[in-house]
Ligand binder design. Structure first.
Ligand SMILES: Nc1ncnc2c1ncn2[C@@H]1O[C@H](COP(=O)(O)OP(=O)(O)OP(=O)(O)O)[C@@H](O)[C@H]1O
Ligand SMILES: [Mg+2]
Length: 499
């Protein structure tokens, strides 16, 4: 890609960017949230047209006008946000993107191919599940399978690992290595610098839409990379003060929840979360975490058991009632449940509070108050946005996440429930959000987080409940438990059992 420039409403997302990748090479593409990575890759994939600059494939100048043309040129892309059809099955979604199905019994053919690929790459997924039933991690597996099916020469992966478990990431990287050995090229976007260091041979760094680095991986380290990206040193550490556990805020008792498929997905789960405490839920995605969180926040009904807040039951109350009682929620899937993409940024900043003081009086919204609030969040959480008057969907992935976390944490909720709080955030933003969570804890807030990042859970949490097949296989104190033991609990092996 030569001298690529692309502006949105007069603001440069890409400015004279140069990027090249050879066959058999894994190129890391790095940069802060909003640096222009996705925009550049969308240009390569034919979703956006550059204002100027050129794209050359095997030395030949090409005009890529749409994804169909890029696929024909051998380019595949796994998008940062899932591009799946919700009310179709896994099998149907994969078939949709696959041009070479036979005319007769295409589903039998695709099913067989899914089985072969899942086994070969260790990406297990039930082909008959509907997409809306899947967790984010499971949906990511479908996206990866879809891309593998096409066997592209060049595969673009826009943050493929942000919702994967450590084991799933390891599997993905062995897939990438295999592709590389077969002569394919991969462009990998990730905010996890250790992943970039371990799997790429070269790295291109963007900053505010411009190329600021292009180096062999042997010439850089994590520290120099983060300095290139943000212009200062960032060392991710957790400064968690020892604090006595406060009053009980949330009490979940013998909770049983049924999944969308009618199976018991939360099986007799009990735990409490207290003031001055961060409670973490660990586990491979798809083990009931999502349904548990949905039940606590009112999005799903429980079959039996109880959930109470400060001693009074909130079980099966509506999300609005639960929210009014002081529970805020950063959902797992930002785009579907965290925002309304077509509404403006300032409108998104007051979702859930738009109907109450000070944003609304009886019938009318007070736009001054709403806009002031939006500006406040944007400033505090350094959301990079051209203005508050643009649709939410024009923000970069990480900036959408910053706005949601900001909105949910800003008015100091007694209980903050956050799924994957730092998913998709760059190192600087990750550091900031973790500090905010720890600050909530110090101020007396209760925080419940779900994450697959064990390091994050261990660093932030006072206690961690490990979920496997709907049950808690253990509730541990991470300061005295080995990571390996948490890992074992995640696979269902409980303490005292022989492995
Ligand atoms: N469709 C669009 N309309 C308007 N502005 C856009 C659009 N797409 C991207 N932008 C702007 O371009 C800039 C770069 O966004 P981009 O999504 O490329 O960032 P990114 O590097 O992928 O960040 P992240 O790590 O958060 O995903 C941002 O300021 C964003 O607001
Ligand atoms: Mg992006």
């Amino acid at each position: 890609m030569r001298d690529i420039t692309k502006a949105f409403n007069g603001t440069f997302a890409n400015k004279n960017i140069n990027l090249h990748v050879s066959s058999g090479e894994v190129l890391g593409l790095l940069g802060e949230n909003g640096a222009g990575k996705t925009t550049l890759m969308n240009i390569l994939y034919g979703l956006y047209r550059p204002d100027s600059g050129s794209v050359l494939i095997n030395g030949e100048d090409v005009r890529i006008r749409n994804p169909h043309e890029s696929m024909n040129l051998g380019i595949g892309m796994i998008h940062q946000h899932f591009m799946l059809v919700d009310n179709h099955s896994v099998l149907e979604n994969i078939a949709l993107g696959f041009p070479d199905s036979p005319f007769f019994f295409p589903d039998r053919f695709i099913r067989k191919k899914i089985n072969t690929f899942s086994e070969k790459y260790g990406l297990y997924i039930d082909p008959d599940k509907q997409i809306w039933e899947l967790s984010a991690g499971e949906q990511q597996r479908v996206e990866i399978l879809k891309a593998l099916f096409l066997e592209s020469d060049l595969l673009i992966m826009d943050e493929p690992t942000s919702v994967l478990t450590p084991q799933e990431s390891i599997d993905l990287f062995s897939i990438i290595r295999r592709m590389k050995d077969e002569g394919h090229s991969v462009i990998l976007i990730s905010h996890k610098l250790d992943e970039i260091m371990a799997n790429c041979s070269r790295v291109t760094v963007l900053r505010k839409g411009e190329t600021v680095g292009d180096s062999a991986i042997s010439d850089v380290d994590e520290r120099s990379l983060s300095r290139m990206m943000v212009g200062r040193d960032i060392i991710l550490t957790f400064e968690k003060k020892p604090l006595p556990r406060g009053k009980e805020v949330l009490n979940v008792e013998n909770l049983h929840v049924i999944s969308d498929r009618g199976l018991e997905t939360v099986n007799n789960v009990s735990f409490t979360v207290h003031e001055n405490e961060i409670f973490g839920i660990a586990g491979v995605s798809g083990n009931g975490q999502r349904e548990l969180i949905e039940t606590i926040t009112g999005l799903r009904k429980a079959r039996s058991g109880n959930v109470s807040l400060f001693g009074s039951s909130i079980l099966n109350k509506s999300p609005r009632v639960i929210n009014n009682r002081g529970v805020t929620h950063v959902p797992e899937e930002r785009i579907r449940f965290g925002i309304v993409p077509n509404l403006l940024i300032y409108e998104n900043a007051v979702l859930k509070h738009h109907h109450s003081h000070p944003f609304s009086s009886i019938m009318f919204l007070d736009y001054e108050a709403v806009k002031g609030h939006a500006k406040d969040i944007i400033e505090k959480f350094s959301v990079s946005a051209p203005s508050i008057n643009v649709p939410m969907k024009s923000l970069s992935g990480g900036n959408i996440q910053k706005l949601i976390v900001g909105r949910e944490i800003n008015n100091k909720p007694p209980l903050l429930v956050a799924s994957h709080p730092t998913y998709g955030l760059d190192v600087g933003a990750t550091e900031y959000i973790r500090k905010q969570l720890l600050q909530r804890r110090e101020e007396g807030g209760a925080v419940l987080i779900v994450s697959e990042d064990l390091e994050e859970l261990v660093g932030l949490c006072d206690r961690v409940g490990v979920m496997f097949k709907g049950r808690f296989t253990g509730i541990v104190d991470p300061s005295t438990t080995r990571l390996e033991d948490i890992g074992l609990l995640m696979t269902g092996i409980e303490a005292g059992e022989d492995s």
